[in-house]
Design a binder for this molecule. Structure first.
Ligand SMILES: [Zn+2]
Length: 471
């Protein structure tokens, strides 16, 4: 079964052929660590974790190298350090911010069922030439200058986009269009408005490293060119990230890496996950619908959020809704119920799920296949139940006992469930004394709250009332 992946650069889905099947190499842009990660940040982490698992399955766990960096030098980090730790020396304050935020990020993505990447380099360790000879930013910038792809101006080192005839292939933006469309005045020191910073000078109260171009700090894009080359070489297999990184970040990574190394390509497959919005709106701090992973993890097990993320194909936009979270919880609760008492050792990873994943990571089809297995398991097919358990485990779902029924009950919109329970008890009492007028009144009151009652009998034949939210 061929693995086929959609490549943003060539705009086609094509068979994945690794450069070296003994060492399949993937790089994904990681977080800038200055604040809690939001649920949109979780999307590439989960999507590429699933791809990592698939590649490990196909090529062997020891034959896949996955690098996801941590950006720990950035002006937003400096600003946060000054705000949060005004009494500390800047470097110490920055270290506090980046270490705390990186630890939060690790805890969040572990809760979402993601494996740690093979390497997780921090940008600050790759600024200056290293004792181990791995690629670094200062050396890369030196190479770009030596090859005529960069110039010094206005206290900065800039990439000279005009020196690269095919700059703009990934995003499809042509240099001339960018010049024609530019409305703001070109910064005077730039030869071309699209030229971007490789190195900039630091003032005394900004973090900086001594370089051939004075004390300064790297631009954002050069970080990933250095760290990917350090662990994966000049050309590697897959480069991933969110759609929002295509321009300028990935475009500029390609320009830097290709021009510094003199290679026709940087990575053979460029994969981008789609946008995420929340309850129909773009997530933004100003509108108040900015949702952190941490906040969601207060209310839901990480597996539910992971499942919800995989219900949509990674290239499609996701509308992150509470309704979908509940759907994910109901699905996982069903899977747990079916697989609770079966032996995972008796199960195999479903070939239908592997086929869906191999078709450009079609996780929405994976979810369909999991439901099909669950239906067979529910009908008494022991092998299907075992396969469901093994397949869920492969996908990063441990199907732990987390009391999803209780969580769902308490998550039901903003309804006060203790008030609902009290009214149900009052109604049962009214019914017991045959006061049906009162019991109907209570039922109508609950209906007005959006609660639908279901009367049934428990295992001992005693009447029991459950409730759910009207949809
Ligand atoms: Zn990057």
């Amino acid at each position: 079964m061929d693995l086929r992946l959609y490549d943003t650069l060539t705009r086609e889905k094509r068979p994945f052929v690794p450069l070296d099947p003994n060492n399949v190499r993937m790089y994904v842009c990681g977080p800038t660590v200055y604040d809690f990660a939001h649920i949109g940040n979780a999307r590439p982490v989960i999507v590429f974790d699933v791809l990592f698992r698939l590649l490990r399955h196909r090529y062997g766990a020891d034959h896949v190298t996955y690098v996801r960096n941590i950006t720990d030098v950035e002006d937003k980090i400096n600003a946060r350090a000054v705000r949060d730790f005004p009494d500390l020396p800047l470097n110490e304050a920055i270290r506090h911010v980046t270490e705390k935020t990186a630890a939060q990020f690790h805890a969040d993505v572990e809760a979402l069922g993601c494996l740690p990447p093979t390497f997780e380099p921090r940008a600050t360790e790759f600024v200056l030439p290293r004792a181990d000879g791995k690629a670094d930013m200062v050396t890369l910038i030196g190479q770009l200058l030596a090859r005529g792809h960069a110039y010094e101006a206005g206290g900065e080192v800039l990439f000279d986009t005009a020196s690269m005839p095919d700059y703009g292939m990934l995003s499809g933006r042509k240099l001339e269009e960018q010049q024609a469309g530019v409305r703001i005045a070109v910064e005077a020191h730039k030869k071309n408005p699209a030229d971007f910073v490789l190195w900039k000078q630091s003032s005394a109260n900004e973090p900086g490293w001594e370089s051939p171009w004075g004390r300064g700090r790297p631009g954002w894009h050069i970080e990933c060119s250095a760290m990917s080359a350090a662990y994966l070489g000049d050309v590697f297999d897959i480069h991933g990230g969110g759609l929002d990184l295509i321009f300028p970040h990935h475009e500029n990574e390609i320009a830097q890496s290709r021009c510094a190394h003199g290679t026709p390509t940087m990575a053979n497959y460029w994969m981008h996950n789609g946008f995420l919005q929340v309850e129909g709106d773009k997530m933004s701090k100003s509108t108040g619908n900015f949702v952190t992973i941490r906040e969601l993890l207060y209310d839901w097990p990480g597996e539910v959020l992971r499942f919800q993320m995989l219900m949509t194909h990674y290239r499609s936009p996701i509308d992150w809704t509470r309704h979908a979270t509940e759907q994910a919880a109901v699905a996982l609760d069903g899977f747990l119920h079916i697989t609770r008492s079966v032996d995972i050792e008796d199960g195999n990873i479903s070939p239908d799920v592997l086929a869906a994943l191999s078709d450009d990571l079609n996780t929405s089809q994976v979810v369909v296949q999991l439901h099909a297995l669950a239906a067979r398991g529910r009908a008494g097919d022991y092998q299907a139940a075992c396969d469901l358990k093994a397949t869920c485990n492969f996908l990063g779902f441990g199907l732990k006992e987390v009391g999803l029924q209780d969580i769902l009950r308490h998550q039901k919109s903003d309804i006060d469930s203790s008030r609902v329970d009290a009214l149900i008890l009052d109604r049962a009492v009214a019914r017991a004394r045959k006061d049906f007028k009162e019991s109907d009144r209570i039922r109508d009151e609950l209906a007005g709250m959006g609660v639908v009652l279901k009367d049934g009998k428990d295992a001992n034949g005693k009447p029991v009332t459950t409730w759910e939210i009207a949809r």
